[in-house]
Design a protein around this ligand. Sequence first.
Ligand SMILES: [Zn+2]
Length: 220
Amino acid sequence: MQHPFNNNNNKSFGQTWSDTFGTSPPAADVVHKQSLWEGPGIQRDQTTVESGLVTCDHQASFRAAAAPHSGDWLYALPISSCGLRMDDESVRVAVGLRLGCNVCVPHACVCGTQVDACGTHAFVCKRAPGRIARHMALNDVVARTFVSAGVPVTKEPIGLARQDGKRPDGLTLIPWQRGKPLTWDVTVAHTLADSYVSTAARSRPFQETTESPAFFSSAF
Ligand SMILES: [Zn+2]
């Protein structure tokens, strides 16, 4: 395959591109791949943005926003009947959190904590309204997923032995693997929570035994 830069008309563009990004243009056999052309520019812009992030919160927000699939919700079609349509205030807060912007006026929470302009305390405050409702909504999504796949489940089953006295968020009513049912637990990890690092570093949240059901955790 003849490299397009063998054409004199394209040589100047190729040289300009090389001078701009400090690397050679893609080889002839991959010259048609757009990602190879735009990659160096994206990398340069990302480096520029990252170098301007001075606080840990902003750096964490940026890394979270750059993580694979963290922006998938932006592709959801706003279909009201499916519960996918967000009101304007929800969009404002969601985008503000994603970009690390201020979303509220600093104030004192009912729990006594001083809330900063980022407003992220609401995600970890045990007295925040809607905290339980959000957890139940997520658990409903997991339960409905199993039911849609033909697996009957029960939510928050009573009587399963656990060392910490808590109960899982759900249990399949038929065997899932090796003759055992499956239990699950839904948790919401908050990137900017003070306790996040130590929590993430902990080992499995549930200690399995040979008698315990198979287990998986769902982190949102
Ligand atoms: Zn609070």
